[in-house]
Design a protein. Structure first.
Length: 61
């Protein structure tokens, strides 16, 4: 059984409404990792999905 985790990249917004408070927005990058060895670098969503599918094809649950 694969235990997959996803994380979406963020970056601080240039403009904040309150000093000392930082707002974040997504930056278009993704990362995925699995309990059995997969741990991708930050990349665009299509690249990360391809690596994820390749991982499942090589290591079926």
């Amino acid at each position: 059984m694969h235990h997959i985790s996803w994380e979406q990249g963020t970056r601080p917004l240039d403009v904040t409404t309150d000093p000392g408070w930082v707002q974040y927005t997504t930056d278009g990058t993704w990362r995925v990792w699995c309990c059995c060895g997969l741990d991708t670098d930050w990349a665009d969503r299509d690249t990360v999905m391809r690596l994820y599918r390749e991982h499942l094809a090589v290591q079926p649950s």
